[in-house]
Design a protein around this ligand. Structure first.
Ligand code: MG
Length: 252
């Protein structure tokens, strides 16, 4: 009797079908920050809600989780257009409004690391897989402590942030930039994400895209947006990672 394929093997087979790529080992991981390395989304959401209330913007309870991955300026333009019809928000105005949101985020206090993120990153490092940070964030309060919280994981040359991109997620641009920085092809990279727009960007870049539901967004929304596989927690993904890497090295 044929051995049943694991969830990981099935996901990789579907990925090879969707991309037309041949089997290839993993040599780089493109890693999102908010909701992947830091349990920061609750506070981002609270800071956006405070700003929205001040500006008289309408919002729904989980709205800002759905925008996660977009740059702050892109979220401001989207809300402005919806609430006032304005499409002429200048870079300066968006920057000024975003600085208020960034200030409210800082006022909410220090955020914790995501449980399981250390294990995930150490597994990647032990396997010799290049780590690239790919975030829509420009929040210096987190970017500035990343190397202290995750020592020896991220090279400063291998970071893509809000400051580097023109379009930002859900456009594949940030992940394509990450591939370029790492010097690897999409077939050799995995994207590690927690947001619907983030997995959409990862999937469109051609990388095998892992979605981890560390917030209120359900699994099927992640799959609908292009995640190749979804895990309920970072710890669950970290537990599976050694086998994923080994299976890709020796092929299924
Ligand atoms: Mg995220």
């Amino acid at each position: 009797m044929a051995k049943r394929k694991t969830k990981e093997q099935e996901a990789y087979s579907r990925y090879l079908e969707r991309t037309g790529f041949g089997e290839a080992p993993i040599t780089a991981a493109l890693i999102d920050m908010d909701g992947v390395l830091y349990d920061s989304m609750k506070n981002h959401s609270k800071a956006w809600i405070r700003l929205s209330e001040e500006l008289g913007w309408n919002y729904s309870p989980d709205e800002f989780y759905l925008y996660e991955g977009m740059t702050g300026a892109a979220i401001i333009r989207l809300m402005m257009k919806r609430e006032t019809g304005r499409e002429d928000v200048s870079d300066e105005e968006a920057k000024e409004i975003y600085s208020r949101k960034a200030k409210y985020f800082i006022e909410l206090g220090r955020v914790d690391k995501i449980e399981g993120a250390d294990m995930m990153l150490n597994t990647l490092r032990s396997a010799g897989i290049t780590r690239v940070l790919v975030t829509g964030s420009g929040q210096n309060s987190l970017l500035g402590r990343l190397n202290d919280d995750y020592p020896g994981i991220f090279n400063d040359e291998l970071k893509v942030t809000a400051l580097d991109v023109k379009r930002g997620k859900p456009d594949p641009e940030p992940y394509l930039m990450g591939l370029e920085k790492a010097g690897v092809q999409a077939a050799n990279a995995i994207v590690i994400e927690n947001a619907p727009l983030g997995v959409r960007a990862g999937s469109a870049s051609g990388c095998f895209t892992v979605g981890i539901t560390t917030g209120p967004i359900p699994e099927d929304v992640m799959l609908d947006n292009g995640a190749d596989i979804v895990y309920p927690t970072m710890t669950a993904f970290a537990d599976a990672l050694t086998n994923i890497i080994a299976a890709r090295n020796y092929s299924f």
